[in-house]
Design a protein around this ligand. Structure first.
Ligand code: F3S
Length: 281
C-alpha cells in the first residue's frame, strides 16, 4: 500500500490564528464562550473545552464575561448586541471572512442587493448576509435567483470563502447571462479564500494519481465537504471520514491511497488515520 498526503492539507492560517487567539484570551481572562463552534471540527472544539473555552448556541445563552467570535464570523448586528451588554469580545474572525463581510457591507451601503454564493444555513454565510443588513439572499442555486420576479436593479455577487472558484464562476455566468434585462448594474467580488483554493487544487492533483482518496474532517465542515465532492467528481473512490473510527477494513487492499484534510482538521487526527493505514494495510 502506498500513502500520499496532498501538498496542502489540514489547518489553514485562519483556523490556526483563531485557536491561538482563543487560547491566549483564556489564559488572560479565564473561561470564555464562543457563539457557535470556534471552528467546524468536533476534536478541536473538545480540546478547547478542556481549556475553559466552550461553545454556546446564541448570545442569550452566554454566561461568561468574555465572548469570542468564531473563525467564520458573526452577523454584525449580533456583535452590536454583545457590545451593548458590555461583554468583553475576542474577535477570532478569519481575516478572509472579514473581507467578505466588509464587501457585503459596502455593497449594501452602495445600494446593491447582495447575492452570496454559498450554503444558505452556514454560519459564515448567515454572518456575511448580516453585514449587508440582511439585504440579500444566499444560495448555491442560480435558478432561485432567476426565478425571483422583481429583481432589484443593482445586485452584487460574492462567495462563501470556502467555495470552489470554477463553481462560483459558473454561478456568476448563469446569473449574468439571464438577468441583464432587469438588472442595471452588477458588481462581482471574489471573496474565495486562497487557502481553500490551494487545498482544493492539491487534493484534485492527488486524486487523479491514486486509487482511493480519504478526505478527513468534520462532516459539517463546508471546506471538507467541498474537498470530498471535488475528489469524488474525478471518479476516484472517495471516503469522507471525521476520525479514524470511521475507517473500514474493506476499503483497504493493495491500493495507492491519497489523503487530504479540511482546513479545520488537526494534524493528530490525520496522523491517527495514517497509523491505522500502516497497521491494517
Ligand atoms: Fe479563513 Fe480561508 Fe481558513 S477563510 S478560516 S483562511 S479556509
Amino acid at each position: 500500500m502506498n500513502i500520499n498526503i496532498a501538498q496542502e492539507s489540514g489547518f489553514c492560517f485562519g483556523v490556526r490564528r483563531a485557536i491561538r487567539l482563543l487560547k491566549e484570551a483564556a489564559e488572560i481572562h479565564g473561561n470564555l464562550e464562543t457563539i457557535g463552534a470556534a471552528v467546524h471540527n468536533h476534536q478541536v472544539v473538545e480540546s478547547l473545552s478542556q481549556l475553559g473555552i466552550s461553545a454556546v448556541e446564541s448570545l442569550d445563552s452566554v454566561q461568561c464575561s468574555t465572548v469570542a467570535i468564531p473563525a467564520h464570523g458573526l452577523d454584525r448586528r449580533v456583535i452590536e448586541k454583545i457590545k451593548k451588554r458590555h461583554i468583553r469580545i475576542v474577535d477570532a474572525t478569519c481575516p478572509k471572512v472579514r473581507k467578505a463581510q466588509l464587501s457585503a457591507e459596502q455593497l449594501a451601503k452602495d445600494g446593491f442587493w447582495v447575492i452570496v454564493f454559498g450554503d444558505t444555513y452556514h454560519p459564515e454565510v448567515q454572518g456575511v448576509l448580516g453585514w449587508a443588513g440582511g439585504n440579500g439572499i444566499a444560495t448555491l442555486d442560480s435558478e432561485i435567483i432567476l426565478n425571483i420576479g422583481n429583481l432589484p436593479n443593482r445586485a452584487g455577487i460574492l462567495s462563501q470563502t470556502t467555495r470552489n472558484p470554477a463553481q462560483f464562476a459558473n454561478f456568476v455566468n448563469e446569473i449574468t447571462s439571464s438577468v441583464l434585462s432587469h438588472v442595471v448594474e452588477l458588481r462581482i467580488v471574489n471573496t474565495i479564500c486562497n487557502a481553500t483554493k490551494r487545498r482544493q487544487d492539491a487534493a484534485l492533483e492527488l486524486a487523479r494519481k491514486v486509487d482511493m482518496m480519504l478526505v478527513i474532517g468534520g462532516h459539517h465542515s463546508a471546506n471538507t465537504n467541498n474537498l470530498a465532492e471535488l475528489c469524488a467528481a474525478t471518479g476516484v473512490e472517495t471516503h469522507h471520514i471525521e476520525t479514524v473510527s470511521e475507517m473500514r477494513q474493506e476499503w483497504l487492499g493493495n491500493k495507492h491511497i491519497g489523503l487530504t484534510a479540511g482546513a479545520s482538521t488537526p494534524d493528530e487526527v490525520t496522523k491517527e488515520v495514517i497509523a491505522y493505514l500502516k497497521e491494517n494495510g
